[in-house]
Design a protein around this ligand. Structure first.
Ligand code: SF4
Ligand code: SF4
Length: 381
């Protein structure tokens, strides 16, 4: 399997409709280092329904798409002005036995928009919303900063009352771990189909479990977030120690140039790892399409690309790729798939980094690397 020849000729699309958001989650790459300061260099962008139709023609959705996931690394799909016409277009052409899922913090747009979405996201158990709600009224805003509970609940109810399928998606931290049972019961009473609890990423670096500073629009500390006490909700090896010292670095203002953000990550230990790509799956090949039309081979590389951090792996990918070829605004999807095969897949069996083996692929999809055990080397970016 490959990107040009996916299993069953099927693609799993991960589409980022916008890099806009009402919220300011502390671990989101949209913001600078856990603050409310939008990442310097972020160009506010959203996909229009016209672009969407050009990029994903009806035949492509009908015959070559196994899954459409509207999510992304740096924006909420519902921040896109054309979210309803885009959902109308997808639900018209995507067969009902293919997956359609969209994520949102639920705290934006009017209830009328959500009711429209609810009318469209039904009729198949494979079509549903993930509402990212991390706790109850007294805790959700600690991670989903700026999300107003009353607005969120009005939107959720408008969507559910219109018949939309939905699951509650909850990140578990120290501040909400005692609420899991109450969340599940409340979700059921509202009409959610179920609740998924997830361990947060981004709270482990320098080989230790860390508490993480949450900063305001000036870069001043507001409070800390921490992993749960219950080890089953921690993305770290069971014997990993907790750092009780205050987190570093303090956020401050962003530096003037991206070069100042260079982080020397540890890649050497992955160099000999056999790569088993998480994007090339049995049911088809996954691709990530960013809101500016850039096609990337996976959301892991998408996250690296969207974040402010610079490191050796990002430098290497910058050398491997001429990203001019990788935009749906400039090229057909089939040509971009062929470019991914020849530029990145072709590196996986090379003996070492010096000869071109992709460092990021070795780290993310190497034999001993578990994506839910990612160990970051620096905080805050
Ligand atoms: S809701 Fe999503 S896009 Fe918005 S700030 Fe939070 S993580 Fe980022
Ligand atoms: S990091 Fe590389 S190997 Fe892993 S999923 Fe992405 S493209 Fe595939």
């Amino acid at each position: 399997m490959s990107w040009t020849q996916p299993n069953y000729n099927q693609y799993l699309l991960h589409i980022e409709l916008s890099n806009l958001c009402n919220a300011a989650c502390p671990i989101c790459p949209r913001y600078w280092a856990g603050s409310r300061i939008v990442r310097p260099g972020l160009d506010p962008t959203q996909v229009t329904v016209k672009q969407f139709k050009e990029w994903f023609p009806p035949e492509f959705l009908k015959y070559q798409t196994q899954r459409v996931m509207l999510c992304g690394n740096q924006g909420d799909p519902f921040a896109t002005k054309d979210i309803v016409p885009i959902l109308e277009y997808i639900t018209t052409h995507l067969p009902k036995d293919r997956s359609l899922m969209t994520h949102s913090n639920g705290g934006l747009r009017r209830p009328e928009v959500w009711a429209e979405a609810g009318k469209l996201m039904q009729g198949s158990e494979m079509w549903f919303m993930w509402f990212s709600i991390d706790g109850l009224e007294d805790t959700n805003h600690l991670y989903r900063r700026n999300v107003k509970w009353t607005t969120l609940m009005k939107n959720v109810q408008a969507y559910l009352n219109a018949g939309g399928n939905a699951y509650w998606d909850m990140l578990v931290f120290k501040h909400n771990e005692k609420q899991i049972k109450a969340v599940k019961e409340f979700a059921k009473s509202l009409g959610f189909l179920g609740t998924r609890v997830k361990n947060p990423d981004g709270l482990v670096w320098d080989g230790k479990i860390q508490k993480r500073g949450v900063y305001d629009e000036k870069g001043d500390l507001e409070y800390y977030i921490e992993v749960a006490d219950d080890p089953q909700y921690i993305n770290a090896p069971p014997d990993m120690q907790r750092n009780t010292e205050p987190p570093i670095p303090r956020v401050g203002r962003p530096p003037d140039t991206w070069q100042d953000l260079f982080i020397s990550d540890e890649y050497n230990k992955y160099q000999n790892h056999k790569i088993d790509c998480k994007s090339l799956k049995v049911q088809g090949s996954e691709i990530m399409i960013q809101c500016d039309g850039l096609v990337l081979p996976c959301c892991f590389i998408g996250e690296l690309w969207s974040s402010g951090r610079q490191d050796l792996a990002k430098q290497q990918l910058n050398n491997i790729w001429n990203t001019d070829y990788m935009y749906l605004t400039k090229n057909k999807i089939s040509d971009i798939m062929s470019y991914l095969d020849s530029t990145i897949m072709s590196t996986w069996n090379l003996p070492d980094y010096q000869q071109g083996k992709c460092m990021y692929c070795a780290k993310i999809c190497g034999q001993d690397s578990q994506i839910d055990r990612l160990i970051h080397t620096k905080a805050g970016i």
